[in-house]
Write a protein that binds this ligand. Sequence first.
Ligand SMILES: C[S@@+](CC[C@H](N)C(=O)[O-])C[C@H]1O[C@@H](n2cnc3c(N)ncnc32)[C@H](O)[C@@H]1O
Length: 302
Amino acid sequence: MRASRPSRSATKVGQAVIYLAGDERYGALLPPDLGAAAERLLTAAGAWKPWQSRLASRPWYRRFVAWMERRTVPGHVLHLGLRKRLVQDEVETAIEDGVAQLAVVGAGMDTLCLRLAERFPRTRFVEVDHPASQRLKRRAVEKLGEPPPNLHFLAADLASTPLDEALTSLPAWAGGERSLVVAEGVLMYLAAATVEAFFDAVHRATGPASLLLFSYVRRDAAGRLELGKLSRLVRLGQSATGEPLTWGVAEGELAPLLEAHGFRLAGPPERFDLRRRYLEPAGLGDEPLGTIEGFALARRLD
Ligand SMILES: C[S@@+](CC[C@H](N)C(=O)[O-])C[C@H]1O[C@@H](n2cnc3c(N)ncnc32)[C@H](O)[C@@H]1O
């Protein structure tokens, strides 16, 4: 991403969440406080205006957006919303299971740490992000009041600063403890060598039985990123914002790659299938859903 400018894709994810929370069918699939929290944060950041709320509430506008989406990347906004639900569900499970600290890498305008830090005051939360993106977020958070004392912010460009170096500079981070590191919608923006260095850094920065939860873009047999039928459009859009998609992994190569860096895939694959986990039980199994990303939970091999 461009060094001097906050991530645009991070703001877009936040806007998509606000929009989806207002959907009469899909809104209930999101964590209940997510839409309002995203709206507060983006409004404080100047990235969501009252006219956008008014527009998003107009039925004709929602029909227009749905029509556009069907013609471009069907189900992409729903995918982003269910991604938030999946990450929150997995994070809550890990905390209830004894994880002492959590690092959300490339947090962007995500509100997970802000919301959960209050609910879990004994867990330590750290947001790590590129300095340009985090500057915008921190200003917005400060406008909204004092952040919870168990929430910490660390600015680091992962392309030049290894995650463990950043985390160990923070007195609140205890490297030897059981931790969870989350990288949601982030690793695909990094070079392959940076992603591999990131896996090593997570291993060094965490204690036994720690977990790493991340999303990834798949690579096909010819080595191309699988971006669906409109791959060129998706790529053009990402490049125009200065955030090209670069890293992907073939499904069969994920497990060996993680093992080479000291992690093993955890959990059955259906747990990370958004359609099976969230849409089918809600009777929405036939809805269009973006498939651009897969999800992995990996456990640190001690
Ligand atoms: C698509 S946004 C995702 C934001 C958030 N995780 C979410 O899902 O709402 C990508 C995030 O990755 C971060 N990022 C991209 N390249 C980075 C780098 N080299 N170092 C640190 N963060 C980076 C951006 O700042 C941005 O916050």
